[in-house]
Design a protein around this ligand. Structure first.
Ligand code: HEM
Length: 471
């Protein structure tokens, strides 16, 4: 049997006592926090499938091999622990709120998760909203049509996608239209969007820097608190409105209040968590998908063919549910998230020691999957920099190794704590992408985009896709 090496022998950059490699990131022309995924990829090339690094207060063990990381997945236990979003947890504690689904741990997390899973992870429950999401997607397509400039581009496409996602998740949470997609968003929609944008902008520096805001309120912290307070009051308004309209209240909020007996404050905390987790993520993934489609016109043509095939079999129509199941559209989203995994590393703290790549990793270490590194590794994904959605399709000539194939799930996390909004996000994206491709020919005539981290992985500059209406 191979000897198990101690934790101290895990390779990695040495760094300094107490602060580790922090200086490498603070130096002018040094490593960049907003390119952390590239740092991990390079470190994996230098140190191999496992490395450890301390950056300021954070210690990480980073795994770049799917087989090794599958051991982590299998050892996460009943109450998986992910790294906390510290600024959000701190804010909630200060306001006397519970930690919410994203940050709660143990029994507290499990209780809420069990309640919410019944509505959000059940396919039939999510499919119930496909038609409404289809209508939101139609309005978004109309909005794109009116928002194009003389070059056929949509200025502020990122913000338009933000509005679409909020409107779309609103159909599930409140079963009502929030009003984001008209020429002028309603005041509540406008205020929510502005505050969510500010929330994520201020969250990013708070996440990556030493958490001095816990000792005294820095300027960024004060702004962050203000955005979070505004989001909470909008959430409270929307939830109260739903609860008061007893005959018409949303099935989801009704279920939380009347079946699960959650208090209004608990429901608001949860709804705000869901809204905040839904908007940035889904809009970023859709933006990258549109970019990939714009650069690959032949994929658009194949999607049109896919849509037409369904229509031919279906008397000339296609339902939103059928759109949500189109194999090539699904593969486009998978391949997009492989190239641009908006959450570039998924992670766990394990309850027990574990052996990874021959090293003993004591319980309580922060273990991350180097998703970006794996997804761009040519030994796992041939031609890793090419956009090849067909690699995910059953009809593909090349059969992918099952463990490598399963890594596509990791962008949603894994196990009992996997993204609870996955089904909703996928449904929304599949429907809207198929509708956009049907209405427009997309093209991209500018320099290639580079990914950077702004909490999520996003393009480094405004995305100027040309939308040409099809005849
Ligand atoms: C492209 C879209 C999205 C991506 C890639 C994404 C990705 C993720 C990832 C990686 C996690 C961590 C999972 C883990 O630790 O195993 C997560 C958690 C979570 N996501 Fe998403 N997400 C997306 C959309 C959404 C949407 C639409 C919602 C809400 C409707 C949502 C709500 C949440 C919540 C509440 C959690 C915490 C779950 C828990 O800890 O139990 N996400 N997401």
């Amino acid at each position: 049997m191979a000897k198990i090496l101690p934790f101290s022998k895990v390779p990695g950059p040495r760094g300094l006592p107490v602060i580790g490699t922090l200086f490498e990131y603070l130096k002018k022309d040094g490593l960049k926090f907003n390119k952390m995924f590239e740092v991990y990829r390079q470190r994996a090339l230098e140190y191999g499938n496992i490395f450890k690094e301390r950056v300021g207060p954070m210690h990480h063990v980073v795994i770049s091999c799917p087989v090794e990381y599958s051991k982590v997945i299998n050892s996460e236990g009943k109450y998986p622990v992910r790294i906390q979003m510290l600024p959000i947890a701190h804010y909630r504690k200060l306001r006397g709120l519970d930690l919410g689904l994203v940050n709660a741990q143990g029994e507290e997390w499990y209780k809420t998760r069990t309640i919410v899973s019944k509505k959000m992870l059940k396919l039939s429950e999510v499919l119930r909203f496909s038609e409404e999401m289809g209508q939101v997607a139609d309005d978004f397509v109309t909005r794109l049509d009116t928002a194009t400039n003389s070059l056929g581009e949509v200025p502020g496409l990122e913000y338009e996608l933000f509005k679409w996602t909020l409107e779309s998740i609103g159909t599930f949470l409140f079963e009502e239209r929030i009003g984001c997609l008209g020429d002028k968003p309603t005041p509540i929609a406008h205020s929510f969007l502005e505050n969510v944008e500010g929330f994520f902008k201020t969250l990013q520096p708070l996440l990556f820097n030493v958490p001095v805001y816990r000792l005294w309120p820095t300027d960024t912290w004060i702004q962050f608190e203000q955005y979070a307070d505004n989001i909470m009051s909008i959430g409270t308004f929307l939830v109260n409105k739903s609860l008061q309209e007893s005959d018409f209240s949303s099935a989801f909020i009704n279920y939380l209040a009347n079946v699960c007996h959650m208090t209004t404050q608990e429901i608001t905390g949860l709804v705000v968590d869901l809204l905040s987790a839904a908007v940035e993520t889904t809009s970023a993934a859709t933006l990258w998908s549109l970019y990939n489609l714009a650069k690959n016109p032949h994929v658009q043509e194949n999607i049109l063919q896919e849509i037409n095939d369904v229509k031919v079999k279906n008397g000339g129509t296609i339902t939103a549910e059928q759109r949500s199941k189109l194999p090539l559209v699904r593969a486009v989203v998978k391949e997009t998230l492989r190239l641009y995994p908006i959450t570039f590393a998924t992670s766990r703290y394990l309850p027990e020691d574990i052996v990874l790549s021959g090293y003993n990793i004591p319980a309580g270490n922060h273990i991350q999957a180097n998703l970006y590194g794996m997804y761009h590794d040519s030994s796992l994904f041939p031609k890793p920099e090419s956009f090849l959605p067909e690699r995910w399709m059953k009809t593909s000539d090349v059969q992918m190794d099952p463990i490598v194939k399963s890594t596509s799930q990791l962008v949603w996390g894994h196990g009992a704590r996997m993204c609870i909004g996955r089904r909703i996000a996928e449904q929304e994206m599949h429907i809207v992408l198929s509708k956009i491709v049907e209405k427009f020919h997309l093209s991209y005539q500018h320099d290639d985009l580079e990914p950077v981290l702004s909490t999520m992985m996003v393009p480094d500059r405004p995305v100027k896709i040309k939308f040409t209406a099809r005849q």
